[in-house]
Design a protein around this ligand. Structure first.
Ligand code: SAM
Length: 451
């Protein structure tokens, strides 16, 4: 059987989609190649959120095509995901060596399409159509892809986005919001727990919009909170996370869920995008700075250890120095544990791309650097404050930077590196934090288990 190499760009949803394709291919007998040089099929799962991500994937495919067409002309090349969705056939016009283009509602067809191409039944396939029910097709897992059992898994609960932020391409690449039924998600999580998974991260573009149309409110609880409650019941699951919520959907029912549901860890990644109400309005975000700050205050009241992270865009069209200073002051006020900063990138078909007053790259770079410095200072202080504390971690496996050591995450989503071994994998354990590095903690297991 052929071997496949999948390279993933972008967010956790893309990682999850790649895992779906990989697990279906493995079930058919394909093997997973460790690198593109060894693969019979090379798939790039793409991201469109910023132009840089698109250019990276395009350049990568150009290089792969040049290389493989010379030495291994039978290798099948494909684009999947968001850029495949937004550019479709245009990708083949630009890169004629590409055999397959699969949109965001069509991942589950990848194995059949590859069979057809490999068997010579079809030469080229482009499928970027909508497909009813496609939100329920991202449900298979590859839990021991690297020879070890995974202890943490992503679970896709919905697809699409209805928010239409003026900067964002996602509603055009992922379609309208469509949610999976609670029972299907619970069944998937239950099976994961039976296979040894201790932690699930529920995924959606805006998880707080989960089931709004299909399920609705019940006893004052949103469909998303109902889902959290149902997943919380599963024996063997120890931790629940989710990403990303929208501040608009962060109601008191969700805030209170943190105190009622002990498996819901004290961590919240809430994209704010700007500290300026003028910019939030122009971005069509649907909340004010005050509302955002009040959510964080409530979360920290529920649990003072709450880890709060965010996404921020700098250099949105028309962002004046005063608006940017509002963002700096929000970062100081909110005291984020970490923030992902993005330089605004005009995206095709989005309203912001044609706004007057697009800012020059130098201003975006300069604001990015200033905000990054502040975020790093605040983050460093917060991480230093953990030194001397005992924290609970879930040990995930070897540290990526130093595979001789193990790593886990605190409930508030901070990475902790410690001296340990494979026997720690999957354990919930207490660690004494001895040192803080750059967005990493170092610690010693609180109880030395000599078994
Ligand atoms: N759905 C989430 C939300 O907005 O609440 C975030 C999803 S998006 C994949 C991740 C981040 O990319 C966004 O939060 C935003 O900060 C950033 N982003 C989206 N569009 C962008 C653009 N045109 N330019 C720069 N950054 C962008």
């Amino acid at each position: 059987m052929p071997s496949v190499y999948i390279k993933t760009y972008g967010c956790q949803m893309n990682e999850r989609d790649s895992e779906q394709v990989a697990s279906q291919l493995v079930a058919k007998g394909y093997s997973l190649a460790p690198s593109e040089a060894m693969a019979d099929v090379i798939l790039l799962n793409t991201c469109s959120v910023r132009d840089a991500a698109e250019q990276k994937a395009l350049n990568k495919m150009e290089n792969i095509a040049a290389e493989t067409r010379r030495s291994r002309p039978d290798v099948v090349l494909g684009f999947m995901g968001c850029m495949a969705q937004s550019r479709g056939r245009e990708l083949i016009d630009r890169l004629p060596d590409v055999d397959l283009v699969i949109g965001t509602q069509k991942f589950h067809h990848a194995p059949d399409y590859l069979d057809d191409i490999l068997a010579g039944r079809r030469k080229r396939i482009v499928d970027v159509a909508e497909e009813a029910g496609s939100q329920s097709t991202i449900r298979d897992h590859l839990l021991n892809g690297n020879g070890h059992k995974a202890v943490s898994a992503f679970v896709s609960i919905m697809q699409g986005c209805n928010q239409y932020c003026t900067f964002c391409i996602v509603p055009y690449t992922r379609g309208a919001e469509r949610s999976r039924p609670i029972e299907d998600i619970v069944a998937e999580c239950r099976e994961l727990a039976a296979r040894g998974v201790k932690e699930v991260t529920l995924l959606g573009q805006i998880v707080t919009s989960y089931g709004k149309r299909e399920i609705g409110m019940k006893d004052g609880k949103s469909a998303f909170v109902q889902l959290l409650e149902a997943v919380h019941e599963i024996d063997g699951l120890e931790r629940i996370r989710f990403t990303s919520p929208h501040p608009k959907g962060y109601g008191d029912d969700l805030v209170q869920a943190y105190s009622r549901l002990p498996k819901l860890v004290e961590s919240a990644h809430i994209p704010v995008q700007s500290g300026s109400d003028r910019m939030l309005k122009a971005m069509h975000r649907g909340y004010t700075r005050k509302r955002f700050v009040s959510i964080i205050e409530k979360l920290r009241e529920v649990n003072p250890r709450m880890g709060v992270t965010t996404d921020i865009i700098v250099g949105f069209p028309g962002e004046a120095e005063a608006d940017f200073e509002e963002t700096l002051s929000l970062a100081r006020e909110a005291q984020f544990d970490n923030a992902f900063i993005f330089k605004y990138s005009p995206r095709r078909d989005t309203p912001a791309a044609i706004l007057p007053d697009q800012l020059p790259q130098e201003i975006k770079e300069e604001r990015n650097a200033r905000l990054l410095q502040l975020v790093n200072e605040i983050g460093a202080r917060k991480y230093r404050a953990c030194v001397g504390q005992r924290v609970q971690i879930l040990a995930e496996g070897p540290s990526r930077k130093n595979p001789a050591r193990m790593m886990g995450r605190t409930r508030s989503n901070k990475i902790v590196v410690f001296d340990g071994s494979e026997r720690h994998r999957g354990q919930i354990m207490d660690v004494n934090v001895t040192r803080a590095g750059s967005f990493t903690l170092y610690g010693d297991p609180a109880i030395i288990n000599l078994d």
